[in-house]
Design a protein around this ligand. Structure first.
Ligand code: C2E
Ligand code: MG
Ligand code: MG
Length: 672
């Protein structure tokens, strides 16, 4: 059975907080505050011995005839007791031995003094003097902090000594009755007080023990809470909060003393598909396995790993040179690959779980913002995903995709529609079929900076895709094509480039339907060009979206066929209306090999059924070749360059039938 992280913490806490049994408590009490008690006993015995010896004065006054031997007994016994005590302290024996020595000293102190004293001829003085015998009893029960049993043993020994002394010294029945009862009651009362004192001490000890336990519990709970608030509940790794904290420390180290570090993001490839195929429980298990494998693998790099998002992990390490970062990133990638967790649903030729890894490290010009390094790692990760996943990319500032320019472009794209920085140009498509029915144009997006400098689509489209602005731009492009050209029948059909990001976005087909409804354009006057490009993940959502678009009457074209890896599987999965062969194949056709290749591709597509359009026709020879090859349509500078809408808006086509070459002849920038 799996436990939540909170449950695990609670069990752990209870284990650490197990309360001692009564027996264990007793034993703890016995050794409780041993040092303090040793100090008190030592102090007590020294005071007792000094007072004991000072009482020699009384010996001289009350029993002068035996004072010599009594004083000698006092000095000898006192000195012996202190020697034994100090030796014990030197040998670091337990408190119970010090207490035993003190108790013995008390009893012997009385007994040893009594031996000469009972021989005095001053019987009356001695009988008074005997009252001090109870002092020894009080010493055992009240002055020292003996445990109850030792106190009773010592004080009863004093009582016995007194009673024994009566055999040698009998001052009279009344005296014995009075002193005897005095001794006995003194014994009873002081023993009782000792018992109460000991109970009180034990209670104080218990309370202190309880207070300590509570404090320990509070501390442990605090620690556990802190751990919980910084731990990812599923994998047990540091969570985002803790990672941010660690990152801040690394960053401060870098700013203050130049200690560099690397930030690496690892993202499980096609994880959504894994979850869909195997269920969330398996998904959780997969993440946990991947997490702990990476954690072990990065130990030699002194790395730490945290969970950064759903299926994204972040690794921080003091490695700070490019080769080191590449090695660490590659270790992470290989570690996950070696796990060999089955993932048969990804359909990209790999059947196991893998990660894409993007890394960045501190460089001289990294800037003053901590987020920058994560941003760079994120970009590297994006590019690792884009080049086919299960690979490693380390941020390279020399890469144009990574430059600050791309930051500026990303910012520009956000304001592009509002500030009129974005526009569409249209490139004619020439129909070569004998019927020459359809006149069509391809809409191509243009972006300029605020100072009117053109930015090529090859630069801004990937950035728009990465930052998500492609969604707004795509919608804008579709609406513009409809209102610029189609509403007033300036052209019969238009094709619009659509990014896979748009197709993957829930509700895309509905938003297209809304534009068609708003502008009153029928879907069959539109074609969407999907590039067989890098984002080749064929989601079930994408397939559903394509089928919805087809329901709207929109034709689906496959763009730039032959440039990616997925073209063939796409051809298998989707019924394209037209396939556009990438211009590179036409440009290579001046060699025999190139021409054979072009022919092979054409026959391959023909076999599948869709119409064929060849892009990049730049010369009459190329056009002739394509005519010979019975290509359905062509596009290229030789046929017409991309031109602004005005070039088309001067003409209106009779809806339905318009011959391609006618259109070509009538349209500026359009040559047939
Ligand atoms: P694409 O869809 O394959 O567009 C054709 C590209 O080839 C255009 O470049 C066009 O100007 C260029 N071209 C046309 N004829 C010739 C020729 O004879 N020779 C040569 N050398 N080039 C020719 P452009 O406009 O720079 O667009 C580049 C790519 O940007 C497009 O390739 C398309 O993938 C993307 N793109 C353009 N507009 C949009 C858009 O609105 N949305 C999306 N998602 N992508 C777009
Ligand atoms: Mg295109
Ligand atoms: Mg193309």
């Amino acid at each position: 059975m799996r436990h939540t992280f909170a449950e695990t913490v609670e069990t752990d806490l209870q284990e650490k907080l197990q309360r001692p049994s009564a027996h264990q408590l007793r034993r703890l009490y016995e050794v409780n505050d041993e040092a303090g008690r040793k100090r008190a006993t030592r102090q007590g015995l020294w005071i007792a011995v000094i007072v004991y010896i000072l009482f020699s004065t009384n010996d001289l006054l009350l029993i002068p005839d035996v004072a010599g031997s009594a004083i000698a007994a006092r000095v000898m016994l006192g000195t012996l007791a202190l020697i034994v005590l100090e030796t014990q302290i030197y040998m670091n024996v337990g408190i119970k031995w010090l207490d035993a020595t003190s108790a013995a000293a008390l009893v012997l102190g009385f007994a040893v003094w009594l031996i000469p004293a009972v021989h005095t001829s001053h019987a009356q003085s001695l009988s008074y003097f005997m009252v001090f015998g109870t002092i020894f009893m009080m010493g055992a029960n009240l002055f020292f902090s003996f445990r109850f049993r030792l106190s009773v043993m010592a004080s009863s020994a004093v009582l016995m000594t007194f009673l024994l002394s009566l055999t040698a010294f009998w001052p009279g029945d009344m005296y014995v009755l009075a002193f005897g009862t005095f001794y006995i009651s003194c014994f009873v009362f002081t023993s009782y007080v000792n018992w109460k004192l000991n109970r009180e001490r034990f209670n104080v000890f218990l309370n202190a023990q309880e207070a300590r336990t509570q404090q320990k519990e509070a501390t442990l709970r605090g620690e556990a809470l802190l751990r919980m608030s910084s731990t990812d509940y599923l994998t047990g790794l540091e969570n985002r909060r803790a990672v941010d904290e660690r990152l801040k420390n690394y960053w401060n180290g870098w700013r203050n003393d130049g200690t560099g570090f690397a930030a690496i993001l690892a993202d499980v490839d096609f994880f959504k598909k894994y979850n869909d195929a195997y269920g969330h429980q398996e998904g959780d298990r997969c993440l946990t396995e991947v997490a702990s494998a990476i954690r072990d693998a990065i130990e030699p790099f002194q790395g730490s790993i945290g969970r950064y998002g759903g299926e994204e992990f972040i690794i921080l390490s003091p490695v700070s040179d490019r080769q080191g970062v590449i090695a660490l990133a590659e270790t992470i990638r290989q570690t996950v690959e070696k796990l060999g967790i089955l993932h048969e649903e990804r359909r990209d030729g790999t059947a196991i779980v893998t990660v894409s890894v993007g890394g960045a490290f501190t460089r001289e010009h990294i800037g003053a913002k901590l987020e920058k390094i994560i941003h760079e790692a994120d970009r590297a990760l994006y590019s690792a995903k884009a080049i086919g996943r299960n690979c490693v990319r380390v941020f390279d500032p020399a890469d144009p995709e990574s430059s600050d320019e791309s930051e500026n472009i990303a910012a520009l794209l956000k304001i592009a529609i509002k500030q009129d920085l974005v526009s569409l140009v249209y490139q004619p498509i020439l129909d070569l079929t004998p019927s020459r029915q359809i006149a069509s144009v391809e809409a191509l997006m243009r972006l300029t900076t605020l100072d009117d400098i053109a930015i090529p689509p090859s630069l801004f489209i990937p950035i728009a895709e990465r930052t998500g602005t492609i969604l707004d731009l795509g919608r804008w492009a579709l609406r513009t094509v409809c209102t610029d050209l189609l509403v007033d029948n300036h052209v019969e059909c238009a094709s619009v480039n659509v990014s896979p990001i748009q197709l993957k976005t829930p509700g895309f087909a509905a938003s297209v339907a809304a534009v068609l409804y708003e502008t009153g354009i029928s879907g069959n006057r539109l074609a969407f060009e999907i590039t067989e490009g890098l984002e080749m993940e064929m989601h079930s959502d994408v397939l559903r979206c394509i089928s919805d678009l087809k329901t709207l009457g929109i034709r689906i074209w496959l763009d730039d066929f032959g440039t990616g890896f997925a073209g063939l599987s796409w051809l298998r999965l989707i019924e394209f209306d037209t396939v556009k062969i990438d211009r590179s194949f036409l440009h290579d056709s001046n060699t025999l090999r190139g021409r054979t290749m072009l022919k092979d591709i054409i026959s391959l597509i023909r076999h599948r059924g869709p119409k064929i359009l060849v892009e990049g026709v730049e010369t009459e020879d190329q056009l002739q070749l394509l005519r010979d090859l019975k290509i359905d349509a062509v596009q290229g500078y030789h046929v017409g360059r991309p031109v602004p809408r005005e070039s088309f808006q001067s003409k209106t086509i009779a809806a339905g039938v318009t011959a391609g070459p006618q259109l070509a002849r009538r349209t500026p920038g359009f040559r047939a």
